[in-house]
Design a binder for this molecule. Structure first.
Ligand code: PLP
Length: 396
C-alpha cells in the first residue's frame, strides 16, 4: 500500500455511505429510483429558479436526475475528485469525453493496448473529425514522453490494460503531460477506485465502464466520468446535447453494486493472485499475464500505484486453436462471455471479447496471442475455480 491509496476501512465505509447519508424521500432507506422524464413546478418562478441554477433541482432527465446525481456524487467521492457524470455505457462515457474536449487539429497521445472499442475511436472516428491519435507501445514510457513533448491536447491512458494486463505509470506520464499543457484521462475500469486512484496520481479525468466491477453483477450497463469540476462540466454539457445519459434504473443498480465494491474487490484481488500463481506453475500453461506476479514487467509500478492487482488475468494454454477450444469449452465455473468484473467468473479469447473489433492481423500487431484466454475471476471459492481450471487443462 502507498500513500496514494487509502485504508480499507475508510473505503468500505465510504462505499456504503458516500452521497447516501440521506434523508431520502418518504423516509426510504435507500435513494429511490426517480423514474420521471421531466420535473413539474407549481409556478413559473420556481421552475425558472431551477432552470437558471439559482436553486437546486431537476428539469429534464437527459440533463440531470436525482438518482443519477447520487451515483455521480458517490463515484466522485470514492475517486477523491470534484465531480462525476453518468453515461449509458462505458463507451458513451469515453466517446463523449473525447468529443467534448477535442477539436479539429488536436492531437491525442495514447497507448496501443487500450480497450478495443477505444482503439476504434482513435483509429476510425476521431480522424474523421480531423483529430489525430498517436498510439505508442504501452510499456515504452520514453516513446510516450517523446510523443507528449511533440505537443498534444490529451493524454489517454488505461491501466492495467485489456487483455494483456500491461501497467502504465500514471504519475510519471501525467507530470510530463501537464508540463506540456495536456489533459490526462485514465480508464480505471480494471482497477476501480478500490485498487487505484488515478486522480491522486495526476489524472485530470477518470473513466469507467460501470458495466464491469462497479455494477459487479452483470445485470446493468453504464459509464462514469469523474475529475476536475471544470472538465466534468464540459463533458456533462456534451452529454446534455449528445444525450447518452445513464437511466435512473441503471444508476440505482450501479449504486447498489458499489456498496459491496470493497468486499468484492478484496476477494477478486486475492483469488486472482492465487490462481495466477497456480497457473504459472501449471505444465499445460505457457504464459500467464497478471500484474500481481513478480515476474510481470509492470509489477513494480503496479505495486507502487495500486492497492491490489485486480480480478482479471490472462493465460495461454499449451497448443493452438484446438487446445484453446478444448479448455474454454471444458470450463464449468466460467461463463463464456464478452464481459468481466461480475460476481461470476467469465472467460474468453480476445477475438470474441475485448478485441472483437480488430482483425486477426491487427491483434497480432498489438501483441495479443490468438490463443490467450482472458479470465475474470469471480467471487466464487478460489479452490473450486482452480479445480475447474485443472480439469479443463487436463483435457489437452
Ligand atoms: C477497459 C474498458 N473500458 C471501456 C469499456 C467499454 O465499456 P462498455 O462495454 O460499458 O461500453 C470496456 C468494456 O469491456 C473495458 O473493458
Amino acid at each position: 500500500m502507498t500513500d496514494k491509496t487509502r485504508p480499507t476501512a475508510e473505503f468500505d465505509t465510504e462505499a456504503v455511505w458516500a452521497a447516501e447519508e440521506g434523508p431520502f424521500p418518504y423516509g426510504a432507506a435507500t435513494m429511490p429510483i426517480v423514474n420521471s422524464a421531466t420535473f413539474a413546478y407549481p409556478d413559473l418562478d420556481s421552475w425558472q429558479a431551477v432552470a437558471l441554477h439559482q436553486r437546486e433541482g431537476h428539469i429534464y432527465s437527459r440533463n440531470s436526475n436525482p438518482t443519477l446525481a447520487v451515483l455521480e456524487a458517490k463515484i466522485a467521492r470514492l475517486d477523491g475528485t470534484e465531480a462525476g457524470a453518468g453515461f449509458a455505457t462505458g463507451m458513451a462515457a469515453i466517446s463523449s469525453t473525447l468529443f467534448a474536449l477535442l477539436s479539429p487539429g488536436d492531437r491525442v497521445v495514447s497507448i496501443k493496448d487500450s480497450y478495443g472499442g477505444t482503439n476504434v475511436l482513435f483509429e476510425e472516428f476521431l480522424p474523421r473529425f480531423g483529430i489525430q491519435a498517436t498510439l505508442c507501445n504501452t510499456s515504452d514510457f520514453a516513446q510516450l514522453e517523446r510523443e507528449i513533448a511533440l505537443g498534444c491536447k490529451l493524454l489517454y491512458l488505461e491501466t492495467p490494460t485489456n487483455p494483456t494486463l500491461k501497467v502504465v505509470d500514471i504519475e510519471r506520464l501525467s507530470a510530463i503531460a501537464h508540463h506540456h499543457g495536456a489533459v490526462v484521462v485514465t480508464d480505471n475500469t480494471f482497477a476501480t477506485p478500490y485498487n487505484q486512484l488515478p486522480a491522486a496520481l495526476g489524472s485530470d479525468l477518470v473513466l469507467y465502464s460501470a458495466t464491469k466491477f462497479l455494477g459487479g453483477h452483470s445485470d446493468v450497463m453504464g459509464g462514469l466520468v469523474t475529475g476536475r469540476a471544470e472538465l466534468v462540466q464540459r463533458v456533462h454539457h456534451f452529454r446534455e446535447i449528445a444525450g447518452a445519459t445513464l437511466h435512473a434504473d441503471a444508476a440505482y443498480a450501479i449504486l447498489r453494486g458499489m456498496k459491496t465494491l470493497g468486499l468484492r474487490m478484496a476477494r477478486h484481488n486475492q483469488s486472482a493472485q492465487t490462481i495466477a500463481e497456480h497457473l504459472r506453475r501449471h505444465p499445460k500453461v505457457v504464459a500467464v499475464y497478471y500484474p500481481g506476479l513478480d515476474t510481470h514487467p509492470g509489477h513494480a509500478i503496479a505495486a507502487r500505484q495500486m492497492r491490489g492487482f485486480g480480478g482479471v488475468l490472462s493465460f495461454v494454454p499449451r497448443g493452438g486453436a484446438p487446445e484453446l477450444r478444448t479448455v474454454l469449452n471444458a470450463l464449468q465455473l466460467a461463463q463464456r462471455a464478452a464481459h468481466l468484473g461480475g460476481v461470476a467468473t467469465t472467460a474468453g479469447p480476445p477475438a470474441v471479447t475485448s478485441h472483437v473489433e480488430l482483425t486477426a492481423e491487427e491483434r497480432a500487431r498489438a501483441g495479443i496471442p490468438e490463443t490467450l484466454i482472458r479470465y475474470s475471476v469471480g467471487i466464487e471459492d478460489a479452490t473450486d475455480l482452480i479445480a475447474d481450471l485443472d480439469q479443463a487443462l487436463a483435457r489437452i
